[in-house]
Structure formats: structure tokens, C-alpha cells
Design a protein around this ligand. Structure first.
Ligand code: GLN
Length: 190
């Protein structure tokens, strides 16, 4: 992958859900961010991918209909660093099968399922975490690094090029997790 103008370039899957907030946050930390809406958007070179929160069944369906699933799967299997938040976590685990975790959807209940806390994430420090009808990770395979546990449940993890959080760092002004992800992106270019 090539870094144009010395800037990292990260695509944000923009089919449904909270993609605009990720684009905003990436731009705030000096990354060239662009939205992925159709196959042609994948023709350019880019260094990393974010799959946002939203409704995983809707995003999954649109991935198929717009014929984005296979080309993205090929890129991810080829080592493209990906950060999935909330619905993005569910898709990376259950559709793309690129991180060895068992996910419980809507794990905090549907109605009262939204809350915010501050907790530690390994390698990133104290993080404000916003949960919205969030999943959590029930169990993880031996190659998965567990990065954060909140009230006994895994809420952030990494396996090789895949980073997932069950909460939404893009809904706060805190940039630490996005910076953490960019380190994975840089390692990969390295
Ligand atoms: N409940 C959603 C799902 O199962 C995820 C919620 C979110 O991304 N904020 O896809």
C-alpha cells in the first residue's frame, strides 16, 4: 500500500449507521478518510478500513446487494487492517469470519441498552465508552488479544489485523482508539 502525501488513507463503510462520525474523527487526527458506498470506491489504494455501528443485518444485506462483500473479504483476508465498532464487530465475527470470537447481540437488552462509562483499554488507556444496543464478546479463541473487560464482559479485542469494540469511540471526542488503530495500520505498512 502507498501512503499518498505522507497521509494514511482509511475507507469507512458508508452503507448505513454511524459512518460520518468515524470520517470526522479520522480527519480530525490527520487521516485521509473516504466513504465506501459502491464497488468502484474499492478501486483506489487504501491502508485501513472501518466498519461502523448501525444494524448489522441491514449492513450485511447491503454488502451482498451492492456486491461489496467478496471484494472486501479478499482485502481483509489479504491483511488489510480493519476496525469494527458495534455492528461492525458483529459483521467481522459472524459474516466475514476474520476474528475468532463468539458474540452476543443486543447483550444489554434492547430498551435500556444504551449507557456510557469510562474504562481501561489495554494499549490505549482510559476510554469513554458509549454502548448503544451493544453486543459483547462471550468468549474468544486463543489467538485473540483481549483489550478491555467491563463488568465481566469482553468489550474490545484484537486478532492480527482485526480490531473490534462493542462500544462507539466515534461518538466521543476522544481519539485514543482511532490512534491505536492507526498504529496497527502503520505496522502493516511497516
Ligand atoms: N444492535 C445492533 C446490531 O445487532 C448493533 C448496535 C450498534 O451498532 N450500535 O447490529
Amino acid at each position: 500500500m502507498k501512503i499518498e502525501n505522507g497521509k494514511l488513507k482509511v475507507g469507512v463503510l458508508a452503507l448505513q449507521g454511524g459512518f460520518a462520525e468515524h470520517v470526522h474523527l479520522l480527519q480530525k487526527i490527520g487521516v485521509e478518510a473516504f466513504e465506501i458506498r459502491k464497488r468502484q470506491d474499492l478501486e483506489q489504494d487504501f491502508d485501513g478500513l472501518i466498519i461502523p455501528g448501525g444494524e448489522s443485518t441491514v449492513i450485511g444485506k447491503l454488502l451482498d446487494e451492492l456486491e461489496l462483500f467478496i471484494p472486501l473479504k479478499v482485502k481483509i483476508d489479504g491483511g488489510l487492517p480493519v476496525f469494527g465498532t458495534c455492528a461492525g464487530l458483529i459483521l467481522l465475527a459472524n459474516r466475514f469470519h476474520v476474528i475468532d470470537i463468539q458474540v452476543k447481540r443486543n447483550a444489554y437488552g434492547r430498551q435500556l441498552g444504551s449507557f456510557a462509562i469510562e474504562a481501561e483499554m489495554k494499549g490505549a488507556g482510559m476510554i469513554p465508552m458509549v454502548f448503544i444496543r451493544a453486543p459483547y464478546i462471550e468468549s474468544a479463541g486463543k489467538n485473540v488479544e483481549i483489550l478491555s473487560v467491563v463488568e465481566g464482559h469482553i468489550v474490545a479485542a484484537r486478532e492480527k489485523n482485526i480490531l473490534v469494540t462493542s462500544f462507539h469511540p466515534e461518538l466521543t471526542e476522544d481519539t485514543k482508539i482511532h490512534r491505536y488503530f492507526l498504529n496497527i495500520v502503520r505496522e502493516n505498512i511497516g
